[in-house]
Design a protein around this ligand. Structure first.
Ligand code: GLU
Length: 501
């Protein structure tokens, strides 16, 4: 029987879900799903930073939004639980004691300040600034004396001091670490909590994890994990370290580069399926030029071997472009479902929409579909469909609304529309073209001021189709209101960019 693949996503509950974490979760999920394996969600809260229900909810929410599910975890249980590390402390302590009894780990009484001071000295001497193993050789009497001074020990693991540790990584290849450069890491803190090194090693084995897929930042830790597994006589899982994700200036992705938590992307109006697709292309490619791929296709084509070693750059423009592509491909009715909550939140439309009004919304969504890149865009670019309370942009003011000739055009257009028997794209167009001819103007000289007056902008979808999605009375009222404001000199450009062209 072939081995059952088991991966795990092991976030620390810090209160937000960084895109780097989501990326790791996604790659674990893809690998497991591609191989018919299982995904374990394990919460690593050993960093005294207490896990709160909110921090867990943030993790669940981020994963669910992206459509990443798990087969075992704190919320659904499973055969290897508990899945929260702070509920597994006994197991870690037992393993630490085992190591101490076998002489593979030792109690260390140095304070963090002392360790730090000695590190500085080593650095100044040009030596590797690692823990200097001072407590490795303490006798029982030494320990008793140090305890009597009131010192609380932590426990350190004895790393090998000669030779190399070799990580055979599925993505990064063979990486060789010189054992002489790595000091003895703390595995149990004074507080009785294990460090991350011990807890991951113990749990990966206890939970029968076959593949550890995580960010490249953890690669140097793997030398410790391999040696700990050996000392505890545990099997080595396979390792795959994902490429780092950098900002556009090729530094570590951080707040400076814009949104860094997954949920911020939801708040910005991204579609989860677009974000999913975008994240998977950070470090993986299907081997051809294809970029937009449905989830099922990504799952079936995914492999760790096809992941890049080199860091990937989080290109926000590309994320936005991809989201726009997803929005373009969507059925207008489905897109309207997605856009609707945004409009409700912006106070632009009612929550309960039925029949004709739904159909109307779908038409608006469809009309803007080519242009909108984010769901949220509809609350700004399409605002004028839902309210008379829209801004006149400076470009519209400068080019049309602040010009004397416009007043007459708008008023006559209002009269023409009012006189129509039927309100549809053809009749609207005929009034506009008719007026242009009557006034000896090009059609644009009527179309553009009309758009500027009715929408406040200079760009947008086909004006004739846009106008008929508005009530005729509203259009006439907007034309007259704008004509009046223009005549009264109220539509001069405003603000800082008033003089810019
Ligand atoms: N809890 C660790 C982190 O959030 C992950 C540890 C691991 O994947 O081995 O970085």
């Amino acid at each position: 029987m072939s081995e059952q693949i088991r991966t795990r996503f092991a976030p620390s509950p810090t209160g937000s879900m960084h895109v780097g974490n989501a990326h790791t979760a996604l790659f674990n999920w893809l690998f497991a799903r591609n191989n018919g394996g299982a995904v374990v969600l394990r919460i690593e809260d050993t960093d005294e930073l207490r896990s709160t229900p909110e921090a867990l909810d943030v993790i669940y929410g981020g994963l669910k939004w992206l459509g990443i599910d798990w087969d075992e975890g704190p919320d659904i249980g499973g055969p290897y639980g508990p899945y929260i590390q702070s509920q597994r402390l006994e197991l870690y302590e037992q393993k630490v004691n085992e190591l101490v009894e076998q002489g593979k780990a030792y109690r260390c009484y140095c304070t963090p300040e002392e360790v730090q001071q000695r590190r500085e000295i080593m650095r100044a001497q040009g030596l590797p600034p690692k823990y200097d193993s001072r407590c490795r050789t303490l006798t029982e009497e030494d320990c008793a004396e140090l305890s009597a001074e009131g010192r609380q020990p932590c426990t350190r693991f004895k790393m090998k001091q000669t030779g190399n540790t070799i990580v055979n990584d599925i993505i990064q290849g063979e990486v060789v670490y010189d054992n002489n450069l790595c000091g003895d890491p703390v595995i149990l803190k004074q507080s009785g909590f294990p460090t991350f090194h011990l807890a991951v090693v113990v749990d990966d084995a206890a939970m029968s994890i076959t593949h550890v897929i995580r960010g490249a930042g953890h690669l140097p830790n793997t030398q410790i994990h391999l040696q700990l597994q050996e000392a505890l006589e545990l099997p080595h899982p396979r390792y795959a370290h994902l490429p780092l994700i950098l900002g556009e200036d090729r530094t570590k992705l951080s707040k400076r580069h814009g949104a860094v938590s997954v949920m911020e992307y939801q708040e910005l109006g991204y579609l989860p399926e677009a974000m999913f697709n975008f994240l998977v292309l950070l470090g993986w490619s299907p081997g051809d030029e294809q970029e937009i791929m449905p989830r099922d296709e990504i799952v079936s084509r995914f492999s760790l071997e096809a992941c890049n070693k080199a860091a990937s750059v989080f290109d926000l423009k590309k994320a936005e472009w991809m989201n726009g592509e997803y929005m373009k491909q969507m059925e207008p009715a489905e897109l309207a479902e997605r856009v609707h909550p945004w409009l409700v939140a912006a106070g632009l439309i009612e929550e309960e929409l039925f029949g004709k009004r739904w159909q109307w919304l779908i038409k608006i969504v469809e009309l803007m579909q080519e242009r909108a890149k984010l769901l949220k865009t509809y609350t700004t670019w399409a605002r004028y469909f839902f309210t008379d309370d829209y801004e006149y942009e400076n470009r519209a003011r400068k080019k049309w609304l602040n010009k004397e000739a416009t007043v007459d055009v708008l008023e006559r257009l209002g009269d023409g529309f009012e006189a129509l028997d039927e309100w549809n794209a053809e009749t609207v167009e005929s009034v506009i073209r008719g007026l242009a001819e009557e006034m000896g103007l090009s059609a644009g000289k009527v179309i553009h001021p009309c758009r500027a007056a009715v929408t406040g902008t200079t760009i947008g979808p086909s004006l004739f189709h846009l106008l008929v999605l508005l009530a005729r009375d509203d259009v006439v009222a907007r034309l007259r209101r704008t004509a009046r404001l223009s005549r009264d000199g109220e539509l001069a450009p405003t603000g800082d960019d008033a003089d810019e062209e």
